[in-house]
Design a binder for this molecule. Structure first.
Ligand SMILES: Cc1cc2nc3c(=O)[nH]c(=O)nc-3n(C[C@H](O)[C@H](O)[C@H](O)COP(=O)(O)OP(=O)(O)OC[C@H]3O[C@@H](n4cnc5c(N)ncnc54)[C@H](O)[C@@H]3O)c2cc1C
Length: 392
């Protein structure tokens, strides 16, 4: 039996654990939280008033019965000694997979922690998403601002999704004329990719959502309710969410050279192997892979690592599939290492597909082997090479 320790039981870690055959692997998952959280649900909690419990489940229930779950916080990982230290234990392994996600550094922007504590947000978790919902329920007029602090963050279309869903939320409450939704982005367009921006810009205009481009958040003055940009602009807010600076794991990893300047774990982008180690992998939001920080990436990297641990030469193509929802329609941001996002038409059907993906989530985590052929067929049919030629 090969002893595999998986650090983090989020989207990537839980799928990897469930994919490893029990007759070949002795698997332990370590997570500091007892509940697995479906982060995309934050949007529905904050802007549609869904109950937060809908998007949380005990991790133990999501892992197959033979998998050991250690509820503890990881303090350090020594790749040379093959040792993991948690608050309560020291653990050795044959193989390790790092899947502890992105660390959200609210303190990196002056005023952002205060903003989070006052209003809540839809990045840090279901509790703060519920808090944001309460804040918005009490809002009667003024600017609701969603700003992005840094170009690298989870789910690239989530700021735009937040803008569309909040616009709908205010319209439903009869406040469309009184509350202005403002999206402030560090990019030259309404989305980081011009191709996608060209598709959604007319929709943003139709909704009356104001977009500020080249707006890199510098600081927040919570007393006077202003957000300042590095470029010298300022935006007034009544309520604001500033998507924080993302980083790799906070805990110590030895040797230190496996982390980059933002603490992301340096990996081979195809195999997910940690640079310089044959017995260590990293998947999902904690890595420096040049693709979007998304659940789809974590899922596909988990499949790659599960196959590699079983002796197959699997590789991850960099495929993304992030849903962007407008008001009633949707599209998917589809790209891979060799293709930038391809133009995809907005449609009601794609909006419905996003709802279907959400509905399958818990099952896909618990039984990834059953969903693998279905997702494989979808990814093949929507390969960016094919869509680039045929459109969708
Ligand atoms: C608002 C929003 C919308 C999104 N929408 C989409 C979408 O539509 N589609 C999509 O594909 N992706 C989406 N994402 C992104 C997606 O949720 C993440 O990319 C995905 O969860 C990453 O998985 P992961 O396993 O790398 O990390 P996570 O799911 O973040 O899991 C990391 C786990 O590690 C644990 N952990 C961290 N540090 C420690 C430690 N020191 N000790 C012990 N445990 C630790 C955490 O408790 C956590 O359970 C969205 C994200 C947000 C915020």
């Amino acid at each position: 039996m090969k002893k595999v320790v998986i650090l983090g039981g989020g989207g990537g870690g839980a799928i990897l654990a469930n994919l490893l055959p029990k007759d070949e692997f002795d698997v332990t998952v370590i997570d500091k939280k007892e509940n697995h959280v479906f982060l995309p649900g934050n949007l529905f909690i904050a802007f549609m008033g869904h109950k937060k419990e809908r998007y949380m489940k005990p991790l133990k229930e999501l892992l197959k019965p033979h998998i050991k779950f250690l509820h503890d916080e990881i303090i350090s990982l020594d790749l040379n000694e093959r040792k993991i230290k948690t608050k309560g234990k020291e653990i050795e392994y044959d193989y390790v997979a790092i899947a502890t996600g992105a660390h959200l550094d609210y303190d990196a922007i002056s005023g952002n922690t205060e903003l989070l504590n006052k209003f809540g947000d839809y990045y840090s978790g279901p509790e703060n998403a519920a808090k944001l919902h309460n804040t918005l329920m009490g809002m009667k007029e003024g600017n609701f601002v969603i700003a992005v602090a840094d170009p690298i963050y989870m789910c690239p279309p989530a700021p735009q999704k937040g803008a569309f869903l909040s616009s709908k939320f205010f319209a439903k409450r009869g406040l469309k004329e009184k509350v202005k939704v403002i999206l402030a982005l560090p990019f030259p367009h309404a989305y980081s990719s011009k191709v996608i921006s060209d598709i959604i810009e007319p929709e943003l205009r139709k909704e009356g959502i104001e977009v500020h481009t080249f707006f890199t958040v510098d600081s927040i003055d919570t007393k006077n309710k202003k957000i300042f940009s590095v470029e010298g602009e300022e935006i007034n807010y009544e309520v604001a969410v500033v998507i924080p600076i993302h980083e790799g794991p906070e805990y110590e990893v030895k040797p230190a050279e496996v982390k980059d300047d933002s603490n992301y774990i340096k990996i081979d982008k195809y195999t997910s192997k940690v640079e310089g180690f044959d017995d260590a992998y990293a998947i999902g939001d904690c890595t420096n892979a040049p693709t979007s920080k998304s659940g789809v990436t974590a899922h596909l990297q988990a499949e790659t690592v599960a196959s590699r641990l079983q002796g197959f030469d699997a590789k991850y193509s960099g495929r993304t599939n992030c849903p962007l929802l407008t008001n009633g329609t949707g599209l998917f941001i589809i790209s891979d290492y060799d293709h930038p996002p391809v133009p995809v038409k907005l449609s009601k059907f794609k909006r419905l597909m996003e709802d279907l993906f959400v509905a399958t989530y818990w099952d896909a985590i618990r039984y990834p082997e059953l969903w693998e052929p279905i997702f494989k067929a979808y990814f093949e049919a929507t390969n960016p090479e094919v869509l680039g030629k045929e459109g969708w």
